[in-house]
Design a protein around this ligand. Structure first.
Ligand code: ADP
Ligand code: MG
Length: 709
C-alpha cells in the first residue's frame, strides 16, 4: 500500500465532508429556479411542455436559452452540451463553448434557442443497429424539457448539461431515453383510462416512479493497474478463490472502512449538488462490495440520475486511490453486483397506485393494479429477461447466484394468501360475499409492509412497489423500465376493457374489480413463487409450470423480435419494428465485442504473464538439487503448466476463428467456444496461482484486492 494513498486519505478525512443539505440541487436548473428567471407568459408556456407534454413553442426558445445561459455562467460554466443516452448504455456529451467571436475582434457568451432545442452531434460513431446507414450518418439531439439541466464540474471548470433525446433524421430513436419517454406516456394513457371507473376522477397525470439501488466494488487502484483484465474488461479473468470468501458474512452492514466512508461522503456531496436524492449507503454481501440508493423519483429523471450516479462513483474513486468496479461479476466465486429497480406508479395527486389502502374499495383498486403487474410479468417474462441481458450479467443470472434467469414474482405469504382466497371463493365473491368487506364487515387488512423478505426472487413485491432485481449493476435502467412501463400499460389497458365489460353487464364496480382480480390471478398464478429461487427444485418446478428459462443473453436476445414483442411495442408507440430490430442487433454486437475482448485479454495475459511466470519458477525449482520437495513440486508445476499451455492453444484457435459473418453467429461463437476456452485457461492458471511463489506471480490476488481497505 503506497505512501501516496495514505497521504490522500489523511487529506480527505481532514476536509469537512458535511456541507450537504443547503447544497442540495445547487447545480440543477430546477423548475423553481427557471420559473423565477422567466416572465409569466413564457413560464406558463414552458410549464405546459414540462408538465403536460405540450409541444414546445419555438417562439419562447430564445428566452429560455438566455435564462439557462445566464444561470450556467453564474455557476461558472464555460461550455454547454447536449447530454444523451446512446445505445451503448452509457452517456454521451459533445461540448461547445458559450464563447462566440464578434466582428470587432472580441467575444461574447452566446446560446440561442436553436442551440438549446436541437444539436447535431457527429453521430456516425454511435451504434444504430442499421437504423442509420453511415452515408446518412446524421442524427440529432433534441431537448427533453422534462428533465432539468444541470452543471457537471471538473477540476478546471464546469459544463452546462442539457438532457436530450437522440434520434435519426428519419425520426427513429437512436437512444435509450426516447423509448423510455414513450413508455411513460403509454403507461400514463392506459392508467388514466381506468382511473375514473375506479373513482379517481381528479388525476390528470400518472408517472412510473423509480428508485434504483446501485451495488459496486471498490479496490485499490494500484491493484487495478496491474491487472490488464480489470483494465480491459472490468472483471478479473483469472484469480484463485481466497481462503476467506463471504463465509464469515461479517462484511454485510458491517462498519464501513474509513477511506470508503470518505469516498462515499464525497460522492454524496456531488450527487446532492446534482439534485440526486441519495439516501442510503452500506456494505454489501461480498468483501469490498458496497451499495448506494436514492429516494425514488419520476422514472425519466431517475434514469438520468442513475447514469450520473455511475459516473460520479467512477470518477470520484480515483481521488481516493480507489477504482470503482460497476461490472456485474468482477470476481468469480464472490457475490456479483446488481441494480435493483424499485418501481411503482404515482399520480399527480400524490397517490401510489401500488399502496394498499384503508378501505375495501381502495384495496380492490390496489389489487387491480397488482393483478395488472402479475399478468404483465407472466405474459412478457421474455421481455423482462431480455431487458437485463448482457455478457456481463450472464455471470449473475443463470449462474449459481441470485436472482435466477427464470422470471417469477415474489408476493409474500400475506398477499398470496389473500389472492388465493379470492381465487377459491373462500370468504366468497359476489353479492353475498364476506370478503374484503363486500357485503359483510369482514375486512382482512392488506400488508402495509412486506413482512417477509426474499432475496432470491428476480421480481418482488415489497409492500408498496415492485423490485426488479435482475438488472445488472453496470447497465442503464432505461430498457428494463421501458419494458416494465410498456407491459403494464398493456395489461392495465386490457384489464380496463374487461372491467368496463363486466360493469356493462350489471356488476357493481367493486364486484367487477374482484372478478377481474380473480380471473387474472387464476390465469397467471404460475408466475408467483415465494420460495427459494436459487434451488434446483425451483428450476424443475418452473419448467413444469412452463415458465421461460433463458440462461444466457444469447438465449434471450433472439426473442426480442418475436412477433408478440414487435406488436406490443408498436401498439403502444414505444418502438417501431425497425427500432426493435436495431436494438437486437446492437445487443448482439455488444455481447460479441465484450466476450471477444475478454477472450483476447485472457490469451494475452496467459501467454505473456502467467506462462512465463510458471516456467520461470519451474526453472528455479528444477535447479534445486537433492530435494524431494523440489522434485515433487517441479513435477506438479510441470504438469499444470502443460495444462495451461494446452488450454491456451485451444483458446488461441477459438479467438482466431470467426464463427460466421453475422453478428448473431459471432455471438454464438463467443458463448459456445470462446467462453469455455477461456474457462479452460483460467482453470489451469488458477491452479498455478496456488503453486507458484508470490515473488513470481504477476497478478494481484483476490486476497489483496478484496481485503485491502
Ligand atoms: P425497502 O425495500 O427496504 O423497504 P426502501 O423503502 O427504502 O427499502 O426502498 C428501497 C428503494 O425503493 C428506495 O430507492 C426507495 O426510494 C424506493 N421506493 C420506495 N417507494 C417507491 C415507489 N413508490 N416507487 C418507486 N420506488 C420506490
Ligand atoms: Mg440490495
Amino acid at each position: 500500500v503506497s505512501a501516496a494513498r495514505n497521504w490522500r486519505i489523511e487529506e480527505l478525512t481532514q476536509a469537512n465532508p458535511n456541507a450537504v443539505v443547503s447544497e442540495f440541487a445547487s447545480d440543477v436548473l430546477t423548475t423553481e429556479e427557471l420559473r423565477q428567471r422567466l416572465s409569466k407568459p413564457v413560464w406558463k408556456s414552458l410549464q405546459a411542455t414540462i408538465e403536460r407534454g405540450v409541444a414546445l413553442d419555438p417562439a419562447i426558445a430564445d428566452t429560455v436559452a438566455l435564462a439557462m445561459k445566464t444561470w450556467a455562467l453564474e455557476k461558472g460554466a464555460s461550455h454547454y452540451t447536449h447530454w444523451f443516452h446512446p445505445l451503448t448504455g452509457s452517456t454521451a456529451e459533445k461540448h461547445d463553448s458559450f464563447v462566440t467571436p464578434t466582428s470587432d475582434g472580441t467575444a461574447i457568451a452566446q446560446f440561442t434557442g436553436k442551440e438549446l432545442i436541437q444539436a447535431e452531434p457527429d453521430a456516425s460513431s454511435f451504434p444504430s443497429g442499421g437504423l442509420r446507414a453511415t452515408f446518412e450518418a446524421r442524427g440529432y439531439t433534441a431537448w427533453d424539457p422534462t428533465s432539468p439541466a444541470f452543471i457537471l464540474r471538473h477540476a478546471n471548470g464546469a459544463t452546462l448539461c442539457i438532457p436530450t433525446a437522440f434520434v435519426s433524421w428519419t425520426g427513429e430513436a437512436l437512444d435509450l431515453k426516447t423509448p423510455l419517454l414513450r413508455s411513460i406516456e403509454a403507461l400514463n394513457k392506459a392508467v388514466l383510462k381506468v382511473l375514473p371507473t375506479l373513482g379517481l376522477k381528479d388525476v390528470t397525470k400518472v408517472s412510473s416512479t423509480l428508485g434504483a439501488e446501485q451495488e459496486y466494488f471498490l479496490i485499490d487502484e494500484e491493484f487495478f493497474y496491474r491487472r490488464a483484465d480489470l483494465v480491459m474488461s472490468g472483471r478479473t479473468l483469472f484469480g484463485a478463490k481466497p481462503p476467506r470468501g463471504q463465509e464469515l458474512e461479517d462484511h454485510y452492514f458491517g462498519s464501513i472502512p474509513n477511506r470508503v466512508l470518505s469516498y462515499m461522503t464525497d460522492v454524496e456531496t456531488q450527487l446532492y449538488a446534482l439534485g440526486i436524492p441519495v439516501k442510503t449507503r452500506h456494505n454489501e454481501v461480498a468483501p469490498g462490495q458496497f451499495e448506494i440508493a436514492p429516494i425514488f423519483e419520476h422514472s425519466n429523471i431517475a434514469a438520468d440520475h442513475q447514469q450520473l450516479t455511475q459516473q460520479v462513483l467512477k470518477n470520484t474513486a480515483r481521488k481516493y486511490g480507489l477504482v470503482c468496479l460497476l461490472h456485474e461479476k468482477p470476481f468469480a466465486g464472490v457475490n456479483g453486483s446488481g441494480k435493483h429497480c424499485n418501481w411503482s406508479m404515482g399520480t399527480d395527486t400524490g397517490l401510489n397506485l401500488l399502496e394498499p389502502g384503508d378501505t375495501p374499495h381502495e384495496n380492490l383498486q390496489f389489487l387491480f393494479f397488482c393483478a395488472a403487474v402479475i399478468r404483465a410479468v407472466d405474459l412478457h417474462q421474455d421481455l423482462l429477461r431480455i431487458s437485463v441481458s448482457s455478457a456481463s450479467n450472464d455471470h449473475r443470472l443463470g449462474a449459481n447466484e441470485a436472482p435466477p434467469a427464470i422470471i417469477s414474482i415474489f408476493l409474500g405469504d400475506e398477499l398470496s394468501d389473500i389472492l388465493d382466497r379470492i381465487l377459491s371463493g373462500e370468504g366468497g365473491s359476489g353479492k353475498s360475499a364476506g370478503f374484503l368487506g363486500l357485503g359483510t364487515p369482514v375486512l382482512p387488512s392488506l400488508p402495509r409492509h412486506a413482512g417477509d423478505r426474499n432475496r432470491t426472487s428476480p421480481f418482488a413485491f415489497t409492500g408498496n412497489k415492485f423490485e426488479f432485481r435482475a438488472a445488472g449493476s453496470s447497465q442503464s435502467i432505461s430498457m428494463p423500465i421501458t419494458v416494465l412501463n410498456t407491459i403494464v400499460a398493456e395489461s392495465v389497458s386490457d384489464l380496463a376493457d374487461v372491467l368496463e365489460g363486466k360493469i356493462a353487464e350489471g356488476l357493481s364496480v367493486d364486484e367487477a374489480l374482484l372478478a377481474v382480480v380473480k380471473d387474472v390471478y387464476g390465469a397467471h398464478k404460475r408466475i408467483i413463487f415465494n420460495g427459494n429461487g436459487y434451488s434446483q427444485e425451483w428450476h424443475e418446478e418452473a419448467a413444469k409450470r412452463g415458465l421461460l428459462n433463458l440462461p444466457t443473453a444469447i438465449d434471450a436476445i433472439p426473442h426480442l423480435t418475436d412477433k408478440k414483442n414487435i406488436e406490443l411495442f408498436s401498439k403502444f408507440n414505444v418502438l417501431s419494428d425497425r427500432e426493435v430490430e436495431a436494438r437486437q442487433e446492437i445487443m448482439y454486437d455488444i455481447y460479441f465485442k465484450t466476450v471477444n475482448i475478454e477472450g483476447e485479454t485472457t490469451e494475452w495475459i496467459a501467454q505473456t504473464q502467467i506462462l512465463p511466470a510458471a516456467l520461470c519458477y519451474l526453472g528455479e525449482v528444477s535447479a534445486v538439487q537433492n530435494s524431494k520437495a523440489a522434485q515433487g513440486l517441479a513435477a506438479e508445476l510441470s504438469q499444470v503448466t502443460d495444462e495451461l499451455y494446452e488450454a491456451l492453444n485451444v483458446l488461441r484457435e477459438q479467438n482466431a476463428a470467426e464463427g460466421g459473418e453475422a453478428v448473431h453467429e459471432k455471438s454464438h461463437h463467443m458463448r459456445d467456444h470462446v467462453l469455455p476456452a477461456m474457462l479452460g485457461v483460467r482453470k489451469a492458471a488458477d491452479k498455478l496461482e496456488k503453486l507458484v511463489s508470490t515473488k513470481h506471480w504477476p497478478l494481484p490476488s483476490y486476497r489483496e484486492m478484496l481485503f485491502v481497505k
